[in-house]
Write a new protein. Structure first.
Lengths: 143, 398
């Protein structure tokens, strides 16, 4: 679990609802929960109540491996808010379960200069209030 | 194939107006709006009594961030309009969504003359309102995020620069493009802005200036990001059969194209080296017999320089991966280049009129009113807007 330095402005957390709660709270049990169609087995993210591939309405969140690769990223150097710790890495991670199954995240516990497209990463969770933000770090743990 | 029955073929642009540009302006946002609208209506030789439709994007946003301080209703009252139809929506194809609605209102017979405007006061907001510059910011910052933003905002993607940095890195990696190539867009925009009296930044920069400018969200530097301003633009759309009797030669809307999706929608397909703008480009060219090689002048969206490259490819001006080499050095983009581009200085240098500056400039060029920055005998212009909703138009002077 990564930590937040004192004085850092709070993140604008996601509002939780029936559709997204599994994704944002699965980290409480250490699980990355992604919607999946019960009929054609397509993974769906962001979570939606209908499978865009086959139209089936039986979409259920299930735990995935939490592994993937960085599809693209940006190292943010601009302190948009007073006290915002920079630089930080914003990225899209392609989960290994399915091509173009992307989640947006921060890359943590990994020096920014080591971040590159294709870097293998794994999920870690950072709790803020009732939200467990899925973060990703270079695979193999903290460096 | 005939395209004569398409809605955009029933509509022409008959007048344009733009307020002063300020960083900040001393005028109120509604005063800037009235300035732009009065200019546009007079430009067509009409009066307010002739205007029977009014549209804007996105409609009033009251959180003080300056993104859209003026709505259609307020403007209707300020101008004394009695329109049959008024439209505005944050939904749809972003900047050009209001224009597409205006086209449909005219083509369906609802209106004859629709005034479309866009007003921003982001320079004033940044001076006065804490958090005005961040996504979801304003007088108060929402406790929680919802919808498309809720997938990126919790990760401190507080600016679109952070989101679009992903496009730039993926594009660089896949095609071997470089910062020096991307920087050519910023250098070119300043060169053009120097010729535009209503541009906010008119002092030229060099590629060295670009490369030494501070990194905002890699690989995007300061000069890759557009410039917040106060200002308003108005464009007047008229039914083709009444347009021919007005003051200016009507500009035909040869074709339009639109699409939605991408990072801004919280959802992405593809490999981050293109946007759903590709769909808008294909739609545009399916509605005309003209070809990309017929373009005389191009106003390509430049909220961030990387969007310009992606849009050039979406509009089939360049093949995928080839836009970066096309813009390198900037010579192809100049007034006598093969593709005179962003002749006002665009949003990077003229200021963030948020899409409407690009449509305004296309009309100025096609009417031959560009002064020092005029492209010789420009008859076909392409204009595109957007990085989350996408719109494009091909305009033509007969």
């Amino acid at each position: 679990m990564s930590s937040t330095p004192a004085g850092t402005p709070p993140r604008t957390l996601p509002g939780l609802d029936r559709q997204n709660r599994a994704y944002w709270t699965g980290g409480a049990e250490g699980r990355l929960m992604i919607g999946r169609c019960s009929a054609c087995r397509t993974f769906i993210h962001p979570p939606m109540p209908r499978c865009p591939a086959c139209g089936d309405r039986r979409v259920e969140a299930e735990a995935v491996s939490g592994r993937g690769r960085i599809a693209s990223y940006s190292v943010n150097h601009q302190a948009w808010l007073p006290g915002l710790a920079v630089p930080y890495v914003f990225a899209a991670v392609e989960l290994e379960e399915q091509g173009q199954l992307y989640v947006f995240t921060n890359i943590v516990n990994t020096p920014a200069e080591n971040v590159e497209i294709g870097l293998p990463v794994e999920v870690v969770f950072e709790q803020h209030e009732d939200v467990h933000l899925p973060m990703f770090q270079s695979r193999g743990g903290a460096q | 194939m005939t395209h004569a029955g398409l809605p955009e073929k029933q509509v022409a642009i008959t007048g344009v107006g733009q307020s002063e540009v300020g960083r900040p302006s001393q005028k109120s946002a509604i005063a800037l709006t009235v300035d732009a609208c009065e200019l546009a209506v007079a430009d067509a030789g009409l009066t307010m009594a002739d205007i029977d439709g009014l549209a804007t994007y996105p409609g009033p946003v009251s959180n003080g961030d300056g993104f859209s301080p003026v709505g259609a209703t307020e403007t209707m009252l300020a101008l004394g309009l009695k329109p049959t139809w008024v439209g505005a929506s944050t939904e749809g194809h972003a900047h050009m969504g209001a224009i597409f609605c205006a086209i449909q209102a005219i083509a369906s017979g609802l209106c004859r003359h629709v005034l479309v405007f866009r007003t921003v006061a982001q320079a004033t907001a940044r001076a006065e309102v804490h958090h005005a510059g961040i996504i979801g910011g304003g007088r108060s910052v929402a406790a929680r995020s919802w919808g498309g933003q809720s997938w990126t905002l919790p990760y401190n993607a507080l600016s679109a620069a952070t989101l679009y940095g992903l496009y730039a890195h993926a594009y660089f990696k896949k095609y071997g493009a470089t910062s020096e190539q991307l920087g050519a867009i910023a250098v070119h925009s300043r060169k053009m802005a120097a010729l535009n009296p209503n541009a906010i930044y008119r002092k030229p920069i060099t590629l060295d200036d670009y490369m030494s400018s501070r990194m905002i969200s890699s690989p995007l530097r300061l000069y890759d990001c557009d410039t917040h301003i106060d200002g308003s633009t108005a464009i007047l759309f008229s039914r083709r059969d009444v347009a021919k009797d007005l003051k200016r030669p009507p500009l035909a809307i040869e074709a339009m194209g639109m699409a939605l999706g991408g990072i801004g929608a919280g959802l992405h397909t593809g490999d981050f080296t293109s946007m759903p703008a590709d769909i808008a480009g294909r739609m545009l060219w399916s509605r005309t017999d003209l070809k990309p090689s017929d373009i005389d002048v191009a106003q390509i969206y430049d909220g961030f320089s990387i969007l310009t490259l992606l849009w050039m490819e979406a509009l089939q001006i360049c093949k995928p991966g080839e836009a970066a080499a096309f813009v390198e050095g900037g010579s192809r983009l100049g007034l006598d280049g093969v593709l005179p581009m962003n002749t006002s200085g665009g949003q990077l240098s003229a200021g963030r009129f948020h899409g409407y500056g690009h449509t305004y400039e296309t009309c100025i060029q096609l009417w031959g009113r560009g002064g020092e920055r005029q492209v010789n005998d420009a008859r076909v212009g392409v204009v595109c807007n957007g990085g989350f909703g996408y719109g494009a138009m091909l305009l033509r002077r007969d």
